[in-house]
Design a protein around this ligand. Sequence first.
Ligand SMILES: Nc1ncnc2c1ncn2[C@@H]1O[C@H](COP(=O)(O)OS(=O)(=O)O)[C@@H](OP(=O)(O)O)[C@H]1O
Ligand SMILES: Nc1ncnc2c1ncn2[C@@H]1O[C@H](COP(=O)(O)OP(=O)(O)O)[C@@H](O)[C@H]1O
Length: 200
Amino acid sequence: MAEHIHPIHEQLVQRSEREAANGHRGGVVWLTGLSGSGKSTIAAAVERRLFERGVFVQVLDGDNVRNGLNGNLGFSLADRQENVRRVAEVAKLFAGAGALVLCSFVSPTRDIRATVAEIVGDDYLEVYINTPLEECERRDVKGLYAKARAGEIKQFTGIDSPYEAPPDPFLDLPTTDLTVEQAATQLIEALTPRLQLPHA
Ligand SMILES: Nc1ncnc2c1ncn2[C@@H]1O[C@H](COP(=O)(O)OS(=O)(=O)O)[C@@H](OP(=O)(O)O)[C@H]1O
Ligand SMILES: Nc1ncnc2c1ncn2[C@@H]1O[C@H](COP(=O)(O)OP(=O)(O)O)[C@@H](O)[C@H]1O
């Protein structure tokens, strides 16, 4: 039987050309923090403001990933690891296309985040949405903490599943000291020189 030969296609569009066309560099901004810490809210605010500056920006979060691509995964540490691994691979593709990707995932352990850093490489920018458990529980945006305390949800981060704070993030955002707008501004100011983003 004839052997199948897969031709190697030369890449005719380089990442640097994509970045030049977009007017900024690509990158993966990885927001980690407890449920209710403010990851999605801050990512959405940053996405809106950068979009208005003409940045090629996209949020990836549980809402657009756990229902589809990762719909078969739950919240054991092994499933979280796989959830985050797949997202990291997708984010890497986006960054290769020159996008600034804002990934909003609990990504609770150092091991899980190390997987992301390994997949994404130099494009990985870790942002700690630093909100104490008591504040997240007070906000209880989706009522999940009450359910976890009542034993109706198992393996809930911060209750009966671990969260390990990142020891050396690119940026630490303590949301009890910052408004959403202030947190978004700090993140945009940190990213602007790093990814050569257009100024407002
Ligand atoms: N057991 C348990 N633990 C933590 N979170 C839970 C759980 N069950 C459901 N949820 C909801 O799922 C959101 C977290 O999903 P993630 O994909 O970010 O988690 S992980 O990175 O895979 O750990 C998280 O969303 P956010 O509140 O936006 O963080 C919760 O709303
Ligand atoms: N400084 C702040 N930064 C982010 N969110 C804040 C802040 N102060 C209060 N919040 C509120 O906290 C909640 C955070 O929820 P969410 O963004 O869904 O968190 P996560 O995505 O981490 O689960 C929102 O209701 C938001 O309005």
